[in-house]
Every structure is written in C-alpha cells, then in structure tokens.
Ligand binder design. Structure first.
Ligand code: LRH
Ligand code: MN
Length: 431
C-alpha cells in the first residue's frame, strides 16, 4: 500500500466516528443557523482556505544542541513532495509546497513538475538562502549578504536570488520570500543606516528581475543569528523596504519573528492598513523563534490575527491576497503529524474568525462598550468549530481527524522501511 494515494475509502474513517461527526456537525449547524449564520457558507469558506507547506519541515529540524531524527524521514525533494501530498490527502487544505533553495533545489525541473502533477501538488513562494555558505561558494556571507560592505559579496547574493527566481518561474511559483540573516553582534560592527541602504539597493535589482505577475515578500526578524542588530529587524523596516521597492513588494509575517509580548495582530493590522500584508509563516513560540506547531502556545493570538484578516476580507481591502504558509521546525514531533495539527488549528482559527458578529462589534466599539466588544470576540473564539472544519475536510474526501487517520494508515512504518535512515554524519536539513 503506497500511503500517498490513499483512496478516500481507505482513509480509516470508522463508521462510529462518522456517525458521531454527523451528529456533532448537525447540532453545531442547528446552533449556528439559530444565531443567523449559514453553516453551508462557513463550510465553503473553510474549504477555500489553503496553506502552503514548507519543503524544509518534513524532516526533523534540531537545535544547536542536538537533533533527534525520526524514522522514515524524507531524504529527497521527491520524498518530501510525497509527504506533502499525503498531508493534502488527509486535510484537503494544503495543495502547494514552498521550496527552499538550495536545500530543496530540483535537480530536474521537468521531472519534479511531472511528479507534482502526479501528486496533485503546486508550488508556492520560493525561498532564497544567503544565511549559509554553500560548498564551493566563492565568497562567504559571514558578514552579511545584501548588507555586506563588499560589493562582490552583494553581487554574489543578487546572482543567487536571480537563480531562485528562474527556478521559481520554471515551477510556476508566483512569489519569492527573502529573509536575510544580515546583521551584527556588536555595536560599531555594522553601519546601521548603510547596511539598510545596501539591502534596499540589492533588493531593487532582485525586484526588477521578478516577472510582472510575481510578488516579492520581505520577512523581518528581530534577532538570530545576529544578536545585536538585524538589518530587517521589524515590521517597520520590512514595510520601508517594500514601499521603496514597488507595488508588488509586500511584507511576510513569521509569527515567531516578534519579541515576547509583541502585539502581532496589531502588526498585521498596520500592514493591512498600508496595503502591504503579503503573507504569513505560521508557527507558534513561547520565547524566541521557536518554530513550534501553529496554535500550540498562543491560540487566542492566532484567532485575533485571523480576525484582522477576515475583517480585511470583509472590507474588501485593495490588494488583499495574503499567501498563507507554514514555517515550523520539528524537534520532538513527527513532522507530518505536527503539520496536520497546524493545518487543523489554522482552519479552526479561520472558522472562529468568520463567526465574529462584525456589526455588533462595530456598534460596541462605536459606543465604547468595552465588555460587550470583548464578549463579541470571545463568543466567536469560544465556539467549538471542530465539527465544521471536519465537515469541510470530509466533503473534500479528506479525514475527519487527520492525525488519527495518519496513524491508522501506517504511513510512517511503511516509510521507515522504504527510507532507511541516513548515516548520522549527514548534515541536518534545517536548523
Ligand atoms: C528564518 C526563517 C525563514 C526561513 C527559515 C527557514 O528564521 O523563518 O523564513 O528561510 O526560517
Ligand atoms: Mn519564516
């Protein structure tokens, strides 16, 4: 049994579970209809909600202290695509994969496109990488890439991005995500304004090389690997860059790239207001860029972010077309199970945000009724939408409970045989 093309009938949906779900969904639908909602419209909205999967998250990540690889992990782009196709099979919400270059650079684009077609997968934004030196690379990025004082290093970094765009064009991607590790560890090491100007100049050339139907996403991050100043440190720096590049440049919000207690939904609202919210790297974190499973630590924040997105959708904000992507690193969990959990959490957060009584909220905000305004949001957040997102999946022939279906499929055990573990010396796929 090759688990990827699990036919709907083979997804282990036991009839008891089916019956329980049917009852739970009809009860929820009845309650929603009583409150003036259309359960059918909500199911359809959840079905339209799609998130791209990161090619770099299908194998165990690790930290600088260690990596504990699991069994049956993918070793090639083809095997990562196979895993991505299974996640799509079980959720119906992840039809695209986002590649990181060179980590997951296609050796043969034609073959990869054929494999993607066979698996029913598409390609989302491509990601560049100037935060590592590749074997045989002429010049080092130790002191930065686009911000590097050396024009030769900047040129090398620009050439890398032009190549990533060519690969993306061949795969049918429509965006490039640029996260720069550029920064400094000590005061005085780097010109704080000069480094930013150099990044802007280099990005201008990369932006000019993107096709007219592409977007360029700038991704901010407060620290790591730089521990004093990061050139694109916060949403303001990212926004300044995007605004200076052109209309097709937008800001990507990685949820883990905010200092503790940052109001991320406010950052999202600001970027939406500026018409520059390009997309997301969904994950969760307690302290730093922990890349934990989305919705696992701060589910209310995830809901509040989706509340801003549903409001923007409702207000028909010009250019509103956020690219939803996951960016997680799996140190302890089975990567596929964690991605299935994340997709379920994202579907739930979106469904809850669709249940906010916006007119009532606006009224309470206008009249300064703080408590009723908060209760209106909490009422949506506290609605158990699990039967609704399960129904959205069921109608797509996907699993009511993807993690349970994955475990029942025995996929990992099959892959453990098909994919003998790489020798311990092999470099980690993603730190
Ligand atoms: C940086 C980051 C970025 C990726 C990398 C894999 O922390 O979030 O989006 O390139 O992780
Ligand atoms: Mn990211």
């Amino acid at each position: 049994m090759s688990a990827t093309n699990i036919a709907p009938s083979e997804i282990e949906q036991d009839t008891d579970e089916e019956r329980r779900h049917a009852r739970d969904f009809s009860e929820l639908a009845e309650r929603l209809e009583r409150d003036g909602w259309s359960a059918e419209e909500l199911v359809a909205a959840v079905q339209r909600f799609e998130v791209a999967l990161p090619s770099w998250a299908f194998a165990t990540g690790g930290t600088r202290f260690g990596r504990f690889p699991g069994s049956g992990e993918p070793r090639t782009l083809r095997e990562k695509m196979e895993d991505a196709a299974l996640v799509q099979r079980l959720t119906g919400a992840a039809p695209r994969i986002s590649l990181h270059i060179p980590w997951d650079e296609p050796k043969d684009v034609v073959e990869v496109l054929a494999e993607a077609k066979r698996l029913g997968l598409g390609f989302d934004a491509v990601n560049s990488n100037t935060f590592q030196d590749q074997p045989g690379q002429a010049l080092s990025y130790k002191l930065g890439s686009f911000s590097n004082p050396s024009a030769a290093v900047r040129r090398q970094a620009i050439e890398h991005h032009l190549r990533v765009i060519e690969i993306g064009k061949a795969l049918g991607s429509r965006a490039i995500t640029v996260w720069l590790a550029d920064g400094s560890n000590y005061p005085g090491q780097m010109s704080l304004r000069g480094s930013f100007e150099r990044v802007r100049e280099c990005l201008q050339e990369v932006y000019a090389a993107t096709p007219d139907d592409w977007r360029l996403f700038t991704e901010h991050k407060p620290f790591e690997p730089a521990f004093y100043a990061t050139v694109v440190q916060d949403w303001g720096s990212s926004l300044l860059l995007a605004q200076s590049l052109g209309d097709r440049a937008q800001c990507l919000v990685d949820l883990g790239h905010h200092l503790p207690n940052t109001n991320i939904e406010l950052v999202v609202a600001r970027l939406l207001g500026a018409g520059r919210l390009g997309g997301f790297h969904f994950n969760d974190s307690k302290y730093g860029d922990d890349d934990l499973t989305a919705g696992s630590i701060k589910p209310y924040v995830l809901f509040l972010i989706f509340h801003e997105l549903v409001l923007a959708e409702r207000d028909r904000l010009p250019g509103f077309d956020p690219a939803y992507m996951i960016d997680q690193s799996h140190n302890l969990k089975d990567p596929i199970e964690s991605l299935l959990q994340a997709l379920d959490q994202l579907q739930q957060a979106y469904a809850k945000a669709c249940l906010v009584e916006h007119d009532a909220l606006a009224e309470h905000q206008a009249t300064g009724d703080v408590i009723m305004a908060e209760r209106t949001l909490k009422r949506a957040y506290e609605t158990d939408v699990r039967p609704l997102v399960a129904e959205a999946r069921r109608r797509r022939g996907a699993a009511l409970d993807p993690v349970a279906a994955f475990r029942a499929s025995g996929y990992r055990a099959v892959k453990a045989i098909e994919r003998p573990a790489a020798p311990p010396s092999a470099a980690p796929t993603h730190l």
